[in-house]
Design a protein around this ligand. Sequence first.
Ligand code: FES
Length: 81
Amino acid sequence: MIVCHCRGLSDDDIHQAIDWMRAADPTGLITAGRVYRALGTRPDCGGCISLFVATMRTNDKLDVPAELTGLRRSRSEGALP
Ligand code: FES
């Protein structure tokens, strides 16, 4: 299914980029902008962003790395300097 008509990106393109990015960097944050860059392009009109992000969220490799979860809570509780 085509997700981004301006750039001709499909849901498969997005999932392949996320899979590649997670394999290359197990702890890196994966954003829509980084997915576009990994695919060698960038958004144009921006009309697809909500569908683009919704497609990204269906990929189980998009999870925030465990090392980065709970940082806000930990800081407010004084656990971190
Ligand atoms: S449809 Fe994706 S940038 Fe325009």
